[in-house]
Design a protein around this ligand. Structure first.
Ligand SMILES: [Fe+2]
Length: 258
């Protein structure tokens, strides 16, 4: 983690914009072009209420059920050799990684292969996110081997985190992070942070369940440790849950900031 000391002048606020799902698309009260302008200037935008909380809870519970009935991917081999595999794995921070982290990752390389509730919910939420991403970024990515995959991450209370890093701006241009956690109920402290041209942005207070963060993909970002004073319970459902879309080609190009 960076040791840069920040003063109050260096702190900026995210731009909160009311959003909703309309006719099979996520819409906000401002035009897509305005969202794009804010994000490319380096503002962190949070689309408030893009998804209903009940949908997020349903998706989360479906992911937990799926992970309970699916053998975890073993440590010591790379999941990159299995580009079609849906897998999950607990990364407890013991294994050294180029991007240090503690989280339970659920990686959906093949949304179409998921059956039942998890398939229905993950496809529907991921598809709405993909449409939003493509509209605002002016891209045309799909869920396939040359394009996007979906991850649902749980950062447990007791210190789940992701160290500071950044991605190349092109070709993904922006990142989306959907929250599947209810603020104060699922965790208290910790959250996604950004270094922006306007100052340091901490989204912990404003990124609630069903909200989507949109950020320029080359902004340095991290997840601050979640409720560090507690003990980790890998079986609990609490903690900070995030769903994101990841372009496979840029995954390997993410770089840590130290
Ligand atoms: Fe990232």
């Amino acid at each position: 983690m960076s040791k840069v000391t920040l003063t109050p002048q260096d702190v900026a606020s995210p731009v909160l914009i009311r959003a909703f799902t309309d006719n099979g698309n996520i819409r906000s009260v401002v035009a897509d072009s305005e969202l794009a302008a804010l994000v490319s200037a380096g503002r962190v935008v949070i689309l408030k209420g893009a998804f209903a909380p009940e949908t997020m809870f349903d998706l989360r519970r479906a992911v937990v059920r799926w992970a309970k009935t699916t053998s975890p991917f073993p440590h010591g081999t790379s999941p990159n050799a299995h580009p079609n595999l849906n897998y999950h794995r607990i990364d407890d921070g013991q294994i050294v990684s180029s991007l240090q982290h503690i989280f339970h990752q659920n990686c959906f390389n093949d949304l179409g292969a998921l059956t039942g509730d998890i398939g229905r919910l993950a496809r529907s939420v991921a598809e709405l996110m993909r449409d939003l991403q493509n509209r605002v970024a002016g891209t045309n990515f799909d869920f396939d081997l040359a394009g996007l995959r979906t991850k649902v991450l749980r950062y447990p209370r007791g210190g789940g985190y992701l160290s500071e890093h950044q991605h190349p701006l092109e070709p993904q241009r922006l990142g989306l992070i959907t929250s599947l956690s209810r603020l104060s109920d699922d965790f208290e402290k910790g959250g996604t942070t950004f270094r922006t041209p306007f100052g340091f942005v901490d989204t912990n207070e404003s990124h609630d369940i069903g909200d989507i963060i949109i950020f320029r993909y080359d902004l340095v970002h991290a997840v601050a440790p979640v409720d560090e004073e507690q003990a980790i319970d890998w079986k609990a459902e609490s903690g900070k849950w995030s769903m994101l879309l990841e372009l496979r080609a840029t995954h390997r190009l993410s770089t840590a900031k130290v």
